[in-house]
Ligand binder design. Structure first.
Ligand code: SF4
Ligand code: SF4
Length: 139
C-alpha cells in the first residue's frame, strides 16, 4: 500500500517521454547536423579535408574542375570544416541525415573559378635605363 500514492500520481500525471514517431521534438537551434556544401561557391582549396579530424573529406582538382567527397558515415559533425572554409560554402543543418542501410559517400563536382590574368612584368632589358636616358644638363 506504500506504493499506492506513487502509482496514482504516475497514472494521472503527464508522461515523461514522447510518443515517438508521432511526436518529434524540434531540433536545438545550434545543433550540428547534416553537412552541406554549396558546391558552386567551393574553390576546391582542400582546407576542409586537411583540417577534418576524422579524415572523411577528400578534395581533388585538375586545371578546370574539382570534386568534393564526404564519407558521411565517418563524419562526427564537429563543424571544424565549416569554421575553416575560406569562402564559407560549408554549413550544417540542425537536423541529421536520413537513415540509410548501405554505406556510401557523397561526391559533388564543380568548376574551378577562373584565375585572374597575370600581366607580365616588363623585361629588364627593355626597361629604359633612367641614368642613360636622363637629359644631360646644358653646359
Ligand atoms: S574548404 Fe571550402 S572552398 Fe575549400 S575545398 Fe573545402 S568546401 Fe571547398
Ligand atoms: S563536420 Fe567534422 S568530421 Fe565532419 S567533415 Fe567536417 S571536419 Fe570532418
Amino acid at each position: 500500500m506504500k506504493m499506492l500514492p506513487t502509482v496514482l500520481a504516475n497514472l494521472f500525471s503527464k508522461t515523461a517521454t514522447r510518443n515517438y514517431p508521432f511526436f518529434v521534438r524540434e531540433n536545438f537551434e545550434h545543433a550540428r547536423g547534416e553537412l552541406i556544401n554549396d558546391i558552386d561557391r567551393c574553390i576546391f582549396c582542400g582546407t576542409c579535408a586537411r583540417k577534418c579530424p576524422s579524415q572523411c573529406l577528400t578534395v581533388e582538382r585538375d586545371k578546370t574542375e574539382g570534386s568534393w567527397t564526404l564519407e558521411f558515415f565517418a563524419c562526427v559533425g564537429c563543424g571544424v570544416c565549416v569554421d575553416v572554409c575560406p569562402v564559407s560554402c560549408l554549413s550544417q543543418k540542425t537536423s541529421h541525415r536520413p537513415v540509410v542501410v548501405e554505406r556510401s559517400v557523397i561526391t559533388l563536382r564543380g568548376k574551378l573559378p577562373e584565375r585572374p590574368v597575370r600581366h607580365a612584368m616588363p623585361d629588364k632589358a627593355e626597361t629604359p635605363d633612367k641614368a642613360k636616358t636622363a637629359e644631360k644638363p646644358a653646359e
